[in-house]
Design a protein around this ligand. Sequence first.
Ligand SMILES: Nc1nc2c(c(=O)[nH]1)N[C@H]1C(S)=C(S)[C@@H](COP(=O)(O)O)O[C@H]1N2
Ligand SMILES: [Mo]
Length: 391
Amino acid sequence: MSEEQTISRRDVLIKGSTTVSGIALLPSSMLANFLNMEEDEKVIPWSDIPPDPAIPGMNLFNWEHLDSWVTPTEKFFQASHYGMPEIDPDTYRLEITGLVKRPRAYTLGELKALPRREIDFTLECSGNRGFPWFLGGVYNARWTGTPLTAILEEAGVLDNGIEVVFFGSDEGEEEVKPFLVEPVAMKQNFARSMSLEDAMNPNALLSYAVNGQPLPRPNGFPLRLIAPGWYGVANVKWLKRIEVRATRFMGRFMAKDYVTIREEVRNGESVWVQTSVGRGRLNSAPAKVTHAGDRYRIYGAAWGAPIRQVEVKIDDSGWVPAQVFEGQDSEFAWKFWRLEWENPARGLHAISSRAIDTADNIQPAADDPSLTRKRTYWESNGQLTRKVHIR
Ligand SMILES: Nc1nc2c(c(=O)[nH]1)N[C@H]1C(S)=C(S)[C@@H](COP(=O)(O)O)O[C@H]1N2
Ligand SMILES: [Mo]
């Protein structure tokens, strides 16, 4: 390993401390050094899952291409349940309604004139890792918008308002079963809700730009909710209406889909617990193995909670700490890690990673009971093992 490729944690902390909130002010050479490869460094493709499983339209991220902390906009994955609405920004309105003193509608221009904030947030679909081929439902971006709190405060939530529902402009037919008569198909908008307390979190943004550009159409143009710390589904795209209500909201994406069913045990008895997918979970992935001559490296990312440490296991060896890049301090964004792999033997190897957060929680093993007792594919954050062939 050459001298300039080595990043001491101390260097990064000292130089990084002059930054205010992240990468734009960060000496870019350091991040480049950490992740970008030397000229003669080549990726060894994974032997388990093909890098591009070609799921139509999802644009899943190819981990072997991980080379920047902010995911370039054209590499965002996208997940849409009712297609992709086309919205004219000139006639667009965001409605605030329901249990508020001052219901109103905002134009895009009015929203952009409100206080502006930026936040680095890694957005992951809660279905990511739920199937063997579903590994790339995650990306990291810098989101710009206006705090949701400002809009709720301006509207003035009434005393009986406890729930905030976010409606997208996209809609689809859903079957509704009235009592004792045939089911009927009714048009419904994509919708997700949060408790008023969660909606008042100062980090929640009504976001109109990402990576310095207007939102791309697949990712919610012209406006989406950004809920840092929550799984992707909570980040409602193509936002149309925010409605404050007096009861919990039980729409399809709260109470029917995106519901985790888990068996728990109480005094030796099974209890089936059904919970709506919400906050993100601690996760990590080995991204790529490289070599330059006979020098081998493993690169990866960790996210879902503020990351303290990442450990790597190769075959049946013990866990060894990886070098975690400390340069970015957003608590909602992924961290990159790297491990020098000394003298790997020829043949097939299994590489696993596990993230540890700042509260000392450890990412669960794939066979942890909390995961094996889960009967739905959401929230599958078990340790990921990848296979690589060293020739
Ligand atoms: N209006 C609307 N918002 C939505 C969705 C949707 O189908 N409609 N999908 C959700 C899901 S399941 C995920 S994982 C994220 C994906 O965000 P992305 O398309 O920017 O990757 O958007 C969420 N917001
Ligand atoms: Mo999702």
